[in-house]
Design a protein around this ligand. Sequence first.
Ligand code: PLP
Length: 447
Amino acid sequence: MRQPKRLSPIPGPKSQTIFRQEQKNLAPGLQGFALMAEVVMERGQGSWLTDVDGNEYIDFIGGIGVNGLGHSHPRYVKALQSQLEKLSVGSFTSEARAKLVQKVAEHTPGRINQLQLYSSGAEAVESAMRLAKCYTGKWEFLSFWGAFHGKTLGVMGLLGDGQKQKYGPFAPGCHTLPAFPDCYRCPLQLEPGRCGFACLELFEKAAKTQTTGAIAAVLVEPCQGTAGNIIPPKGWLKALQEVTKRLGALLICDEMITGFGRTGSFFASDDFGVEPDIITVGKSFGGGFPVSGLLTREEISKAEPWSKPSGSSSSYGGNPLAAMAALTTIEVIEEEKLCENSRLMGERLLGHFQRFKEKFPFVGEVRGKGLFLGIELVKDRETKEPLSEARMKEFYREGVQRGFLAMSYKPTIRFQPALTIDADTLDAGAGILEEMFTDMASRGDWR
Ligand SMILES: Cc1ncc(COP(=O)(O)O)c(C=O)c1O
């Protein structure tokens, strides 16, 4: 089985020089795991990365769900190269975009068949909010504790715990309410499966008491990513749709991270039996190219002024290069049966994690849907007290030293490897994680 090559101390001499040089002029605030690693990546192939000193890494971070096809998928590289040589700029119709909108509509739930294109996730979410306002004539928005929908000011009012400090005041009418069903840490301290979705009852009550009743939309991640790759129980999203209808609001499913195969199907909402009113997509959608989008039904898409010429457009949204990136990504997902691979490899990785739970006292919970997985590390399984953040940062650095990259710098470890990952690479990554857990258990420094 291939293991990550290590040719120098990590970070190696070339990494150190380039990293230090960049730090002089790069403003602070880059993703923490990149800053902590201090390595400079040179190339990638599939689920493998190589740094400038020749050291290799197995990548279970996958650009936080962006890297659906794996690094530098040959078909993707070829398609983008050839599109770049032909045309890359502008919003005139291109063959790639015409094919893309049709292709996406083949996979959307129910009557959803309209796509508008953007360049970042937050931009698509904001457009969804504008559209919901235009369609309903209302102005309030609801989201959930733990939610993440981007960092632009228009969506920040809807972010979950601890992400808003110092950025207020936010747009009026944004309400972040209890509670997303994080069943391992039930906010109502109830027993999963026997609670009758009490968290949703609370949500509906809060919506009625905290708003003016002018709710344009409820915004939800079908599975919460940033909060820790949390998967709601079966039936919950469907029940939320009913609540949303009772509130007279649209349901916006933010599938930025769950969409395009990540959770084992094209759309997690579809898998949960829900046809949302609007879906927002990004990340894996473009296979690495910055392209995002909003999907909806024809009837909703006609709402004005959103639908007027130039009403919902943007400078880069759906340009020929972006359209080709998204089109090729979907074609590869279809041809290589990546939804199926996501399900199979996800089950395989979850199988490893379940074994870890039996073996290591600090593994409190493991969960996964497709290649969207999480592990909770706790000091005590009864109290569920998480391992300290400082310990986890060390743990992440240990992983980098061993050539293993996962979002393991927090006690809720997140995994979203490429959908193209094969069993050997998956097992090699899980093997390194097991070694790291074994060392932590024998040192006993997790308490
Ligand atoms: C569910 C969800 N929505 C929106 C976003 C924002 O996307 P972007 O960083 O492209 O603006 C993210 C990013 O992590 C996300 O996970």
